[in-house]
Design a protein around this ligand. Structure first.
Ligand SMILES: Cc1cc2nc3c(=O)[nH]c(=O)nc-3n(C[C@H](O)[C@H](O)[C@H](O)COP(=O)(O)OP(=O)(O)OC[C@H]3O[C@@H](n4cnc5c(N)ncnc54)[C@H](O)[C@@H]3O)c2cc1C
Length: 387
């Protein structure tokens, strides 16, 4: 069946703009207090539990979650404004980011009542952090080939196998893992996978660091050796996780983090060239800002669809594909516009040089994490009825 996607224009409601001012005031105070350096990228550490607890105290974790569980009961559009303000200044949000964006909503939708009652309040306070256990050495893009097994035992399940590229596994309290509970069937190769909540302190879990190109330890290999997971940590329906995991990706793929990760380079360029750039630089900056504005409009539109209860999987894939390609190319475009910057290392390097080095080194990962370029284009093509 063919499908035509569309990005309706969304006007942010007054309460979202009011919230923007509150978030800006909070961030200004935190910057003045020296909590983080705006636009500093990962160099200054984006993982900051103390900051996460402050964000939790403000009510900005779980903003859209039901009030019944202590959530904010606010709209996706308000959450959108809060996240874009945080990302625009590179606030250190990484500790609570995954649980706020996707693991919390999965637990609320499919988790056991006991787990929800125990964990959601702690998540909302910014005390509990999650990692995502999807990729394995032989199943990255093809999630449904996962082979790490969960086998039924008395009162729970025993997990054996390996996950890889697991961001922040070494500092997360829980993982939501996609595990094999039965073989795929002839009719449906996606059958046989189940999601589980795994307490990362359980005996039998080994987390091994993988240092990335930028020399940072963000992701890991996680090995499970007879790890016991109690029955009430089952998420959703046994063997039927393929639908749950696909929904989760719409949250993961469409937010402003899919085009703002190298924005420090553009902001640094604007600062470095001052108020009277020559025509060539002014045009270059104008072109990138125009791209940014369009991406933002598309991304806000997806937030509007999530707000309306839709599942905009194709639109989210479009935002991620166009957004990550743009942010990936940005450091190189900035370098060409400001050719004397970005090459200095060591003590003489300026903030702009450091931002250029950092954004250049992280650029390759942007079109891999959360779904590769080719895979996203496959999803879009299928959505359009082209394959
Ligand atoms: C910074 C970073 C953080 C990450 N964090 C996490 C995390 O927290 N948790 C987690 O589970 N995973 C994480 N990942 C893993 C990421 O999701 C996978 O790397 C990604 O899904 C690709 O899988 P792969 O590396 O096995 O490559 P492969 O799937 O082997 O792909 C190799 C190449 O083949 C192409 N390809 C594959 N299938 C197709 C197809 N059907 N059609 C056309 N081309 C195809 C791909 O586009 C790619 O170019 C992270 C990755 C990065 C880079």
């Amino acid at each position: 069946m063919s499908y035509s996607f569309q990005f309706d224009s969304i006007k942010l409601p007054p309460e979202a703009e009011q919230l923007r001012q509150e978030v800006r005031a909070f961030l200004r105070e935190e910057i003045e207090a020296g909590t983080f350096v705006p636009g500093g990228g990962n160099m200054h550490g984006k993982y900051n539990p103390e900051f996460s607890r402050k964000v939790g105290a403000k009510g900005w974790i779980g903003m859209t979650w039901p009030k019944e569980y202590g959530g904010g009961g606010r709209s996706f559009l308000e959450r959108y404004v809060m996240t874009e303000e945080m990302l625009a200044v590179d606030a250190p949000v990484r500790a609570h980011w995954v649980v706020d964006r996707q693991s919390g909503p999965v637990l609320l939708k499919y988790g056991s009542e006991k787990v929800k009652r125990e964990l959601i309040p702690r998540i909302l306070r910014g005390e509990v952090y999650f990692c995502i256990g999807l990729s394995e050495p032989n199943s990255g893009s093809d999630l449904f080939a996962a082979s790490t097994k969960a086998t039924k035992t008395d009162g729970g399940w025993l997990v054996n196998g390996r996950k890889i590229w697991t961001s922040n596994a070494h500092r997360s309290h829980y993982m939501i893992a996609l595990l094999r509970t039965s073989p795929p069937t002839g009719e449906n190769r996606r059958h046989g996978l189940t999601q589980f909540l795994i307490d990362m302190s359980t005996p039998g879990i080994t987390v091994r660091p993988i240092v990335n190109l930028a020399g940072l330890h963000d992701f890991n290999e996680v090995v499970f050796d007879d790890v016991f997971v109690p029955d009430d940590h089952l998420i959703g329906t046994v063997d039927m996780a393929w639908k749950q995991a696909t929904d989760e990706l719409a949250y993961e793929r469409s937010g402003p983090e899919r085009f703002l990760e190298t924005i420090g380079a553009l902001r640094g360029l604007v600062g470095a060239v001052g108020t009277e750039p020559d025509d060539r630089v002014a045009q270059g900056i104008g072109r990138e800002v125009a791209h940014l504005k369009t991406l933002r409009r598309m991304s806000v539109s997806v937030a509007g669809m999530l707000h309306a209860g839709k599942s905009p999987v194709v639109e989210a894939a479009v935002v991620k594909d166009v957004g990550t390609n743009w942010e990936q190319a940005l450091p190189q475009k900035v370098r060409l516009l400001a050719p004397t910057h970005g090459a200095v290392a060591g003590d003489n390097s300026t903030d702009f040089d450091q931002i250029m080095r950092y954004t250049t080194m992280i650029a390759p990962k942007l079109t891999i994490q959360g779904g590769t370029r080719e895979v996203l284009r496959g999803i879009i093509a299928r959505g359009l009825g082209l394959r």
